[in-house]
Design a protein around this ligand. Structure first.
Ligand SMILES: *[C@@H]1O[C@H](CO)[C@@H](O)[C@H](O)[C@H]1NC(C)=O
Ligand SMILES: *[C@@H]1O[C@H](CO)[C@@H](O)[C@H](O)[C@H]1NC(C)=O
Ligand SMILES: *[C@@H]1O[C@H](CO)[C@@H](O)[C@H](O)[C@H]1NC(C)=O
Length: 487
């Protein structure tokens, strides 16, 4: 009896051991699958490829412009900050460390606000707006309890993969103003990676279709190029490319699905490597896979604009409304418009063999941009795009522009209240960012089914959804004790 129990215990221990070993192994392999992205195997190679990573957008400019930017930076450094200890203007405070601004009064049109990164102002009587940079928004470090007249403003131009918390309405409704890639946000920056329409229309890198044919025939290039080093992201794009590779050859230069080495000239980043060489490489191909790392409406990055600029047809996946931003009706292929990866491959082959049909897709480079929505947006745009932390000369950067937008809104609200027009209230909703739960491609190449419980991205998304609802509850009820905000 006793012996049997002992044996039973041993068996139980053994099963436990195996179970824990399995859990540990799952956990460790999880960690590694995640770290792959942060530590690409091929370092030298990745210094270059890194430029194509979603988190480090770098759009090269001409030397001249770079020099002008340097002059502007110098001038800015010489500009003495106004030291204000007791601001008289509404205070706009970046709660997340972002601009590094100690404190400065700035004019915005007819109005003025005091902008700062210093939390010591958070209890000041003129404290009005808390600004948050989406990627750094942390539910455990918030300016709480929230006073009824505290405005929260979100700035989030990055991929949903950086912070799934913001995909959920429960969190989005905490913000009164937003600036995101979504056109529904208050200060949309959907075209943040598009330098200008002239930049897009340039023919600097364009190759004729017969040149492209000869690259295929003589140099053995595939018709499609893929360059990605952030592997296995929420959009599951590598899975689709893998499927596509069953039907058509794809030259893959990045860490993900790598099957080709970069030309010598490009693979030595320190030996005179220039981004022009990379543009040059893409321009030799007829098609470029432009698949975002996550699926969300209006999430559009340089992955779309780059091939268009060099005269290569992009194969797009990311925003289902990307058509609204394309230069013409017939300038890109959209993954979601094809029944399967095989159908897409068949169509690519067809276009590849019909020079005039292929060239039709690049007509817009000569006939001009026919998309009036895009033209309008670019005409009205008051800011220039971020160029790896630099800004185009003569254009405002969108962060400062958004700060001013918020400042003007605050003054407007203060005025209305003082005129007795009642309390004006407004807050964001799901449409201001809200990105759907990441899915997986099925064996046909339809982005359609949910990952299993082990799927990292969808479980992250779910976890953040729960966090969002508990944050919403505790903020509304004014009892977020776990917040260590030092007010
Ligand atoms: C794009 O195509 C639609 C019909 O498919 C047409 O109504 C629209 O005018 C076209 N837009 C442009 C800019 O050519
Ligand atoms: C700002 O948003 C919060 C949270 O949704 C809301 O309670 C508050 O009334 C809003 N304030 C203004 C001035 O719109
Ligand atoms: C979300 O907010 C926008 C304004 O920013 C508004 O037009 C829209 O109706 C709202 N949607 C919902 C579902 O409340």
């Amino acid at each position: 009896m006793r012996l049997r129990r002992l044996r039973g215990q041993r068996l139980f221990k053994c099963i436990c051991c195996i179970f824990f070993a399995f859990m540990f192994w799952t956990f460790v392999s999880y960690l590694f699958s995640f770290n792959d992205e942060d530590f690409p195997e091929d370092v030298a190679y990745d210094i270059f490829i890194d430029e194509t990573k979603e988190d480090h957008v770098h759009i090269p400019l001409d030397q001249e412009i770079l020099e002008e930017l340097e002059r502007i930076k110098q001038k800015k450094n010489n500009y003495a900050d106004q030291v204000v200890d007791d601001p008289k203007d509404p205070i706009v405070l970046w709660w997340t460390e972002f601009t590094g601004e100690p404190g400065k009064t700035r004019r915005c049109g007819d109005q003025q606000c005091f902008f700062t990164n210093n939390r010591k102002y958070s209890s000041h009587k003129h404290m009005k707006v808390f600004m948050f940079y989406g990627t750094d928004f942390n539910d455990e470090d918030l300016p709480l309890p929230r006073s009824p007249d505290h405005i929260w403003a979100l700035f989030h131009e990055e991929s949903p993969k950086n912070n799934f918390l913001l995909c959920h309405e429960d969190v989005l409704t905490l913000f009164n103003y937003t600036s995101t890639f979504r056109r529904e946000s208050d200060f949309p920056i959907t075209t943040q990676h598009l330098i200008s329409l002239d930049w897009l229309l340039q023919k600097t890198f364009d190759k004729t279709v017969s040149q492209k044919n000869s690259y295929q025939e003589e140099d053995g290039l595939a018709s499609v190029i893929y360059v990605q080093s952030g592997c296995d992201p929420p959009s599951d794009r590598d899975e689709f490319v893998k499927l596509l590779m069953n039907y058509i050859s794809v030259d893959s230069y990045g860490t993900c699905l790598k099957n080709k080495k970069l030309p010598e000239k490009i693979s030595h980043p320190l030996g005179g490597m220039s981004h022009r060489d990379f543009y040059e490489l893409i321009s030799q191909y007829k098609f470029a896979l432009s698949m975002e790392n996550a699926v969300c409406e209006d999430y559009i990055t340089e992955k779309l604009w780059r091939p268009l600029m060099v005269g290569t047809v992009p194969i797009v996946f990311g925003s289902s409304r990307v058509k609204d931003f394309l230069p013409s009706n017939n300038s890109a292929l959209e993954v979601i418009n094809f029944r399967s990866a095989e159908h897409l491959a068949t169509y690519i082959n067809y276009l590849n063999s019909k020079d005039s049909l292929y060239d039709n897709m690049r007509d817009w480079k000569s006939s001009g941009i026919s998309n009036t929505y895009l033209k309008e947006i670019m005409e009205k745009r008051t800011w220039g795009p971020d160029n790896n932390g630099h800004w185009i000369p003569g254009q405002k950067n969108f962060i400062e522009d958004y700060e001013c937008y918020v400042c003007e809104q605050i003054h407007e609200t203060i005025k209305k209240v003082s005129l007795g027009e009642g309390q004006f209230t407004k807050w964001a909703n799901h449409s201001h960012y809200g990105c759907p739960k990441p899915l997986k491609f099925n064996s046909l190449g339809k982005y359609a089914h949910e990952g299993n419980w082990l799927d990292f991205w969808s479980s992250q998304w779910e976890r953040q959804r729960q966090k969002a609802s508990s944050l919403r509850r505790c903020v509304s009820e004014g009892r977020c004790d776990r917040n260590k905000a030092n007010l």
